[in-house]
Design a protein around this ligand. Structure first.
Ligand SMILES: [Zn+2]
Length: 113
């Protein structure tokens, strides 16, 4: 359940921002979670809700953006888009893939009160 610790660190990040920015509540947060980040969205939302209790993020809405996974396929020699791992290459079904994008997990923006 690493979603729980991810949720926890998100809250810590928001608490830091609240102290620095002098706001008291987060109304909405935009996250970018790559399709290949290995994060289960439902579990993350659940963990976030629990971890946010009695913090500046209590009741905050999460807006989750999921950029697609990207990889370089050594078998057909081109960049491909991956929906999930361990999917093979969508063109040649090869598995010699180097993931080049879509593994990010970041807090993009906060709407605060
Ligand atoms: Zn390929």
């Amino acid at each position: 359940m690493h979603e729980l610790s991810l949720a926890q660190s998100l809250i810590e990040l928001m608490e830091d921002e609240a102290r620095r920015g002098g706001f008291s509540r987060v109304r909405k947060a935009w996250l970018e979670i790559g399709a290949l980040a290995g994060v289960e969205e439902t579990a993350l939302r659940f963990g976030f809700e629990a971890a946010a209790l009695a913090t500046c993020a209590e009741g905050a809405e999460l807006e989750i953006l999921t950029p697609p996974g990207e990889a370089w396929c050594f078998d057909c020699g081109r960049g491909v888009v991956l929906q999930a791992l361990p999917d093979g290459c969508p063109h040649c079904a090869g598995h010699r893939l180097q993931v080049t994008g879509g593994t990010q997990f970041k807090l993009k923006e906060l709407e605060v009160i």
